[in-house]
Design a protein. Structure first.
Lengths: 383, 342
């Protein structure tokens, strides 16, 4: 028995040394699709991978890239940093991908990015919005979405120019980096445009009673023109509901933390005059958006689940665009072409990288919720 | 050291050397994860397998080791830009990797002592609850102590110091220390406590002190593993060290067999390599056009369930694998055979 077991142990060691993946013929251009298809991130990562695969399918139907088909090497990151880094390393060292795209959260992007950076393989994140990611990781890291600074600026400009706001009350979730950063960027632009923050109040994610904050808001005289709520999806509905139930009617503003059906579900009839910024509106009449929605429905039998499907699609198209312009599928050439991306027409907006920057200067979509119905308002690029 | 021990040490070193010079980064990375998991499982075995306390604190101790070592090894230039609020003396400090790792382990052991002093005086499964609580506390501290941990942003850009040699070396140290400890009078006392704490106390064993010793030594090596993990992944956030990590280590321990060091090594190796291998399978398979993501997790879960039904004592069930003696005919010293508690 002991001998068998020790033999088993040795077999395990030997097996672990034997390469179990094999490189296929060098014919297709291999792109890594790095998403957490299972686990906590799957509700936004799985649609992202679907969007990416749809884009690759369309590219191949149109004749591929440089006369070669595109092949997506998709490995599940399991919402686990170790699994994500293993997967990225496998894509690079075993499958020899020329570029990698994916991931919608900075926790995983920060783990995956440096491996690609060290290997000289471009990594394009589909949905992680921390604006400092490219600086933190390096010159092979690009972002498909706008940074949180851009969406906060867009909301501030929208508030001042379109809603004519001069004073604002802020409610900020202290528990997340995303919410505090969003609030800081909003405040910066709103005051730069001549607005005034009359009161900045706070809460912790998980709170369910906002009566103290709302009482302080009601005590303000004169009342502020707009209310900015920096929240994650969890609190989007409940804050809206309680503010409206207190009889306050000013417009409520927020970032893509409000891009959730929870506003209508929780606040119901009270969900009116709510404006938020996000990556794409699926009811945007722009033919680019409508063609994507139609193609996605045909492929998967359902409408895109959220904006991350569109971001995954754009990420793949962005890489394809760079390969075409580079005229080469060499990682270095792809990186250089990516850095020079200009006026790329994506479903989620127009993407350009300014010299030395790898966060796109990109249009932001504003959505309005009125009587529980979400509708597209406008799409513009903040200054 | 006997000729046999030297031979196996040389053999393993040779294998690691071969792996390090011939395998690409991906396979080296997987092997590194195997060794880190061996450190975690063998060290958890001391508390959970030999003393019979059920600790769930490994993720918390890893977190402590990873954060402290990260703050110590980051070059002053990146500390200045990433953590401007860090005290001057700390931001100027740049400590060699090995020292940072050891300090990470020591801090983890210190925290274990602080938690252990009140909790380990109690009987029953209080340790499981307390260590679970510790995990939440460590995460909340990591999120809110922004001056040092950078909060939810996490620390990234850690120097990628961890390579096969470091993890191999630390795994050797861990196995050696735990093996010596278990086969000393301390270890005998620990096993006595596991079998019957009252009887052990009646025989003059200081129950609390031995439980403390096991808990702190386990935490020390978990801190070491955390530091090695941090410098392998190069990015740590408060969410890196979740209950999932603790759970994985417990599974490795249970599958290998509690109360057996070779069982822990086997469990960690199998439970790291098999999911990785299955992932290749699921990536290449599809059912009616749908890729079978998640298949590997299902297979693992079913396997664990089957192990629990048909072989509750784990693969090795408390026994040790004896490597064949190749050089001397000298008989193995009579070893006390202790069967696992059911």
């Amino acid at each position: 028995m002991k001998r068998i077991l020790s033999a088993l142990l040795l077999v395990c060691l030997v097996l672990s040394l034997a390469p179990f993946g094999q490189t296929l013929a060098a014919e297709p251009i291999k792109i890594g699709g790095m998403y957490n298809v299972t686990g906590g991130m799957s509700s936004i990562d799985a649609p992202g991978l679907n969007g990416m695969k749809l884009a690759a399918k369309q590219i191949n139907e149109a004749g591929g890239l440089l006369g070669r088909p595109v092949e997506i090497v998709a490995i599940d990151g399991k919402t686990d940093q170790t699994a994500v880094t293993n997967a990225v390393s496998e894509m690079i060292n075993v499958h020899k991908v020329v570029a990698i795209g994916g991931l919608n959260d900075s926790t995983y992007a920060l783990a995956a990015g440096p491996i690609a950076q060290a290997a000289g393989i471009p990594f394009v994140t589909a949905g992680a919005t921390l604006p400092t990611l490219p600086e933190q990781i390096g010159d092979y890291f690009f972002m498909t979405p706008f940074g949180d600074d851009a969406q906060a600026y867009a909301v501030a400009e929208f508030a001042v120019k379109d809603l004519g706001a001069k004073t604002c009350w802020m409610l900020v979730d202290q528990a997340y980096d995303f919410t505090t950063a969003l609030a800081a960027f909003f405040k910066e632009r709103f005051t730069a445009l001549g607005g005034e923050i009359v009161l900045e109040d706070k809460y912790q994610s998980g709170d369910t009673d906002f009566s103290a904050q709302i009482a302080r808001l009601k005590a303000l005289s004169p009342q502020p023109d707009v209310l900015f709520v920096s929240a994650i999806p969890n609190e989007a509905g409940i804050t809206t509901k309680q503010i409206r139930e207190a009889g306050l009617t000013q417009p409520i503003l927020s970032g893509d933390g409000f891009d959730t059906p929870l506003i209508a579900e929780v606040a119901g009839e009270n969900a009116d005059e709510v404006y938020y910024s996000t990556h794409a509106a699926l009811d945007n009449p722009d033919p680019k958006v409508q063609n994507f929605v139609k193609a996605y429905k045909e492929e998967y039998g359902r409408a895109p689940e959220n904006a991350f499907a569109a971001l995954g699609y754009d990420m793949m198209m962005l890489i394809a665009d760079a390969i075409k312009r580079a005229g080469s599928a060499e990682p270095k050439a792809i990186r250089d072409a990516l850095a020079e991306t200009k006026d790329f027409q994506g479903v989620t907006g127009v993407i350009s990288y300014e010299p030395g920057k790898r966060v796109p200067k990109k249009s932001v979509t504003i959505i309005k919720v009125q009587d529980g119905v979400y509708s597209f308002v406008k799409e513009f690029t903040p200054e | 050291m006997s000729k046999n021990a030297l031979f196996y040490l040389a053999l393993l070193t040779g294998l690691v050397f071969l792996a390090q010079s011939m395998l690409n980064d991906y396979y080296q990375r997987i092997l590194s994860v195997v060794f880190i998991n061996i450190i975690l499982t063998v060290s958890l075995n001391l508390t959970n397998g030999f003393v019979g306390d059920f600790s769930l604190g490994h993720a918390a101790f890893m977190s402590i080791g990873a954060y402290l070592s990260a703050v110590l090894t980051l070059p002053p230039a990146s500390k200045a830009s990433m953590m401007p609020q860090l005290p001057m003396w700390l931001s100027q400090l740049e400590v060699p990797f090995v020292l940072a790792t050891i300090l990470g382990g020591l801090l983890a052991a210190l925290v274990a002592a602080v938690v252990g002093i009140p909790v380990l005086r109690l009987r029953g499964h209080y340790l499981a609850v307390a260590t679970l609580g510790l995990m939440v506390i460590v995460r909340v501290v990591a999120i809110n102590w922004t001056a040092v941990t950078r909060g939810a942003k996490g620390i990234n850009g850690l120097p990628a110091f961890t390579n096969l040699w470091w993890v191999f070396g630390w795994a050797l140290v861990t196995v050696y220390v735990i093996w010596r400890l278990v086969n000393s009078s301390y270890g005998r006392a620990m096993i006595a406590i596991r079998e019957d704490a009252t009887a052990a106390a009646a025989r003059g064993v200081n129950v609390t002190a031995h439980r403390m010793l096991a808990f702190c030594v386990g935490a020390f090596f978990a801190g070491i593993a955390g530091a090695l993990w941090g410098h392998l992944i190069t990015a740590i956030t408060p969410h890196s060290f979740s209950f999932l990590i603790t759970f994985n280590v417990v599974v490795m321990l249970v599958v290998g067999g509690m109360g057996s060091i070779s069982g822990s090594i086997l469990g960690a190796t199998v439970m790291t390599l098999v999911p990785e291998f299955l992932r290749h399978v699921e990536t290449n398979l599809s059912l009616g056009g749908h890729p079978l993501y998640g298949l590997s997790q299902i297979i693992i879960a079913v396997t664990i369930t089957l192990v629990m039904i048909f072989r509750r004592q784990g693969l090795l069930g408390g026994r040790e694998v004896q490597l064949p003696r190749l050089f001397d005919r000298q008989r193995a010293l009579p070893r006390a055979r202790v069967d696992t508690a059911g």
